[in-house]
Design a binder for this molecule. Structure first.
Ligand SMILES: Nc1ncnc2c1ncn2[C@@H]1O[C@H](COP(=O)(O)OP(=O)(O)O)[C@@H](O)[C@H]1O
Ligand SMILES: [Mg+2]
Length: 389
């Protein structure tokens, strides 16, 4: 049996020592599925990752993110599908034989080992020479800025420091691919933001490939060059941060990624390369023609709150837009001051509510709106996205 398993050498030969140039295909996930009992935790995921990418898997709790990572790392075996690294199927390779390392969500540090020994753990197991281990650990300690803390135990460290130990341990064997499962979830907001920047800088400097799991859409958008949104074990959309936010493929994705105004379509009427969509709550809305036709499914119109402009009297008509600007009357029904922006809820005369997010570009509130003030909310057809609902 063991004879048939490719050992470390076979894997090293296949993928290990070879460095992949940025942009080369590194990982192929091909129709991978995993069922626990009767529950399909991962349901036919296919995805290609290129060397040097910073990829984020984004999805709500329980959608299968950790299970997918565990299969990549070799802690779970897929029921279906293949995982190829550098074109070679790694199904039979044990976790420590894969040039892949995983940083666990709870860090999983060894409580009885010092920082130094936690970082050295995988290197010792791989049989690295003592002197080389010392050099590598020192390198890692400097890399994640843990100098002076080498002898401490995990319970003598702050949350942020523990996170760095886990990161250093995961990086120590210089994996081709690093999997990070909610690496920043345990940190407070300020520390999380600075650590995001550090992780990005580290990834660039090492020229490594990162797959990060997060349920936080801002974190995914900040760090990753591509994002895969997971829902119920499936990949719902793979896109750049901008693509995901500005061109979500479904109503669910639009709502999951950021705030959005959504109006159910009741009728549609073609007008050149524009559509006029009748909605109950916002009246007729002029929208740009969707790139792909949706057929006869139910549609809704999505408008991000920051695309909605408010004014006291309506917009000055710009040349070219003509009468195509959507202009909705209403009154201010709710005001939420958030510092950099203020979110206004406008109760539309048509009946619905529309959120507008307005930048507070001046310190004094001369331009602010007050409760019950009549306003005109407006946005262009291109600000609207038509989605299947
Ligand atoms: N070992 C397991 N046995 C049974 N069910 C599991 C196991 N691991 C995960 N699950 C279930 O699979 C689903 C996906 O889990 P997980 O991959 O951890 O989600 P996520 O990381 O996206 O929150 C969850 O409903 C979870 O309860
Ligand atoms: Mg998880």
């Amino acid at each position: 049996m063991t004879d048939e398993l490719p050992g470390t050498d076979a894997i090293a030969e296949a993928v290990g020592e070879r460095q992949f140039a940025a942009g080369e295909p590194l990982l192929r996930i091909d129709g991978v599925a995993k069922t626990f009992g009767t529950f399909r935790a991962v349901d036919g995921v296919s995805l290609d990752i290129k060397a040097g990418e910073f990829f984020a898997l984004l999805g709500p709790s329980g959608c299968g993110k950790t299970t997918l990572l565990r299969m990549l790392a070799g802690f779970e075996a897929p029921d279906q599908g293949r995982i190829l690294l550098g074109g070679k199927d790694i199904a039979q390779a044990l976790p420590h034989e894969r040039p892949i390392n995983m940083m666990f969500q709870n860090y999983a540090l060894f409580p009885h080992l010092s920082v130094r020994d936690n970082i050295a753990f995988g290197l010792k197991r791989a049989g690295m020479a003592r002197a080389d281990i010392a050099t590598r650990v020192a390198e890692m300690v400097a890399l994640v800025k843990l100098d002076g803390l080498e002898k401490r135990k995990p319970d003598q460290l702050s949350g942020g420091q523990r996170q760095r130990v886990a990161l250093a341990r995961a990086l120590a064997r210089r994996p081709q691919l690093l999997l990070l499962d909610e690496p920043l979830a345990a940190l407070d907001k300020k520390l999380r933001e600075s650590t995001q920047g550090e992780l990005m800088e580290l990834q660039r400097r090492l020229g490594m490939t990162f797959i990060i799991v997060t349920h936080d859409q801002e974190e995914a958008m900040t760090m990753a060059s591509r994002i895969g949104v997971m829902r119920d074990g499936k990949l719902a959309q793979v896109a750049s941060p901008r693509g995901l936010y500005e061109a979500p493929r479904s109503r669910w994705i639009a709502e999951f990624v950021g705030d959005v105004n959504l109006f159910d379509a009741e009728s549609k009427l073609r007008d050149g390369h524009r559509l006029v969509i009748g909605t109950r709550d916002a009246g007729p809305l002029v929208v740009a023609e969707p790139r792909e036709p949706f057929g006869e499914v139910r549609l809704s119109v999505a408008i991000r709150p920051e695309k909605v402009k408010l004014s006291r009297r309506g917009p000055v008509r710009e040349a070219g837009h003509g009468t195509a600007i959507n202009q909705l009357d209403g009154v201010i029904a709710d005001i939420c001051y958030l510092g950099g922006t203020t979110t206004y809820k406008v109760k539309l005369d048509a009946g619905g509510m529309l959120q507008a997010s307005v930048a507070n570009s001046a310190r004094l509130d001369v331009d602010a709106y007050s409760l019950n003030q009549p306003v005109v909310a407006w946005f262009t057809p291109d600000d609207c996205v038509v989605l299947p609902s």
